[in-house]
Design a binder for this molecule. Structure first.
Ligand code: AMP
Ligand code: DBH
Length: 555
């Protein structure tokens, strides 16, 4: 029997909801593989992907995806199997993704910044049996990471290196004894109601969680996003953020661009020095970025050395973009700003391209779907007065009902009625747009890169000279937030730089290393009896210095 990647019972939308979403035409029974087939049939010679000198037409992308699907099936992978994909912005990202979609194998998209601790956690949580990397990229040796992963997790049967010469696609390790029991290759492709891929949550408590997205729900958000952004065959989308992230992947991102039959251009790095010449050369029409990068682009564009006249839409999201910075986008870059407030769990809000300038610069927009249900509630889950700030809860046709295999997180993150607790504090303006006011949980948003205070604290606590540690967000002019770890030493305090090196050496992504380490004798200056760690974090955040310099020295 071939196992198909079905949603688990708790992840399914209850029947009346599923029926409504199908009736409304949101869920169309389309799969990612069918979308690529349709675009390829319609315009096989249109350019699908550009990266440096590499240009793949739709038929070439489709052929490579088919070859990838065949290769994985030959290696013994079957629909429903899960594979960790950790690739930078290279064309093979898309041929691997569509290849796995076609075979019904579920890619779990890790970020290039993730390191062994995170990758082994994802692989274990997803029960992954394969790992796709690019070899070396950005000066980091992913093969070394793969070796370590294989040592830790015998369930990883293959490491696939998909990069370099575009034709190359090799299994690095065919691990002895790892060949799966032969089962028939699937007679039919995956169904739209099944899991297409898994995204990774920023995660406010402890380790990141896996987010299962079905073809139906993810493609709805991709298609509707492409419509909101008016993408078509002539659109040229520049991927500057790592496209493994949900925002540049699907809002509308690279998938939305391919959905519309447009061209995806991949930038090897997000800096203006690299990206501006690419925009000029490829006549890029749209791109997406986080606020700190938008500030850098605004600064660089003032010199006006590059022709950015093709750029029509600049999306900014992932963290709060201040109205002051937002106001400069049109005059400096000559493009329409679109604010995007989304989450890998589902809900995405956009300002619309023809909104009044005040809405575009002052709000984070409104939901994609008329069936997105939003509640803004107080600490007791009761609705706040219209216009007041409160916790945002949501459910709808592309917001998950449960994380992958994580009952404890599901109990915390979803209400009994199936609403997802976003952890964001928002208010709604009279015209229905959302303004993000802050967070209600202990997720630190470092310029769009999310990290859990608790996850890093656990690593700090493992240090022999650390008695206790609490990490908080401190406001920062450039990144929005930075991390500051308050530490009570055991005996002689270690050097802050050594403690930061300790966290890095534990195999965590660099963005999780505390920006500052402050040693204290105790966490509380006043006696307050019992206090939750959450309260403690909030108190320490208030004590922390308001804002370090724009480019503080690490240490
Ligand atoms: P993640 O869980 O990693 O997908 O990150 C989603 C979170 O990023 C949201 O819940 C928000 O806290 C934050 N976020 C995303 N876009 C924006 C935005 N435009 N403004 C403020 N916060 C944002
Ligand atoms: O921050 C995010 O996760 C995010 C931001 C904008 C996102 O997932 C999205 C749009 O889809």
């Amino acid at each position: 029997m071939t196992r198909h990647p079905c949603l688990a019972v708790e992840q399914r939308w209850p029947d009346p909801f599923a029926e409504r979403y199908r009736q409304a035409g949101f869920w169309r029974g389309e799969t990612f593989a069918a979308v690529l087939r349709a675009r390829t049939a319609a315009a096989p010679d249109d350019i699908a992907v550009v990266a440096g000198e590499t240009r793949w037409r739709y038929r070439e992308l489709a052929a490579r995806a088919a070859a990838t699907a065949g290769r994985f099936l030959d290696l013994g992978y079957r629909p429903g199997d899960r594979v960790i994909v950790q690739l930078p912005n290279i064309p093979e990202f898309l041929s691997v993704a569509f290849g796995l979609f076609e075979a019904g194998i579920v890619p779990v998209f890790a970020l290039p910044a993730h390191r062994i601790t995170e990758i082994s956690h994802f692989a274990a949580a997803a029960e992954a049996s394969g790992y796709v990397i690019s070899g070396a990229a950005d000066g980091f040796d992913y093969c070394g990471l793969a070796d370590e992963l294989c040592r830790r997790l015998p369930a990883i049967r293959h490491v696939v290196v998909a990069a370099g010469d575009p034709g190359r696609f090799v299994a690095l390790t065919d691990r002895p004894g790892g060949t799966p029991a032969a089962s028939a290759a699937p007679a039919t492709g995956p169904q739209a109601s099944e899991v297409a891929l898994m995204q990774i949550s920023g995660g406010s408590t402890g380790l990141p969680k896996l987010i299962p997205r079905s073809h139906d729900d993810y493609l709805y958000s991709v298609r509707a996003s492409a419509e909101i952004c008016r993408l078509d065959r002539r659109s040229v989308y520049l991927g500057v953020l790592p496209i493994a992230h949900n925002f540049p992947m699907s809002s509308p991102g690279v998938f939305g661009t391919l959905y519309a039959g447009g061209t995806v251009v991949l930038s090897p790095a997000p800096s203006p020095e690299i990206a501006f010449p690419i925009i000029a050369r490829e006549r890029v029409t749209m791109t997406a970025m986080v606020p700190p990068l938008a500030l850098a682009w605004l600064e660089a564009a003032r010199t006006g050395r590059h022709d950015l006249s093709s750029l029509r839409v600049l999306q900014v999201g992932g963290a709060k973009f201040t109205p002051e910075a937002a106001r400069r986008v049109r005059p400096v870059l000559g493009t329409t700003l679109q604010q995007v407030f989304g989450m890998a769990e589902g809900l995405v809000n956009y300002t619309r391209l023809d909104d009044p300038e005040a809405v575009i610069v002052e709000t984070q927009g409104r939901p994609i779907s008329p069936d997105d249900e939003l509640l803004i509630v107080d600490d007791d889950d009761q609705p706040v007065a219209e216009g007041s700030a409160g916790h945002l809860l949501t459910r709808g046709p592309y917001t998950i009902r449960a994380y992958h295999n994580h009952p404890a997180a599901n109990a915390r993150s979803f209400t009994a009625e199936g609403f997802y607790r976003t952890g964001d504090v928002v208010r709604r303006t009279p015209d229905g747009n959302l303004v993000v006011q802050g967070r209600s949980n202990d997720l630190i948003n470092r310029g769009g890169e999310k990290l859990s205070a608790e996850e890093v604290e656990d690593h700090l606590l493992a240090h022999p000279q650390v008695h206790d540690a609490v990490m908080v967000a401190v406001p920062d002019r450039y990144l929005g937030e930075r991390s500051c770890a308050f530490v009570i030493a055991r005996g002689e305090p270690p050097k802050p730089a050594d403690l930061r090196a300790w966290v890095r050496d534990r195999g965590l992504a660099e963005f999780k290393v505390p920006d500052r380490v402050v040693f204290v004798d105790s966490f509380l200056t006043t006696a307050v009896g019992k206090i939750s760690r959450g309260d403690l974090r909030r108190r320490l955040a208030e004590q922390a210095a308001p804002s370090p310099p724009a480019h503080p020295a690490k240490g």
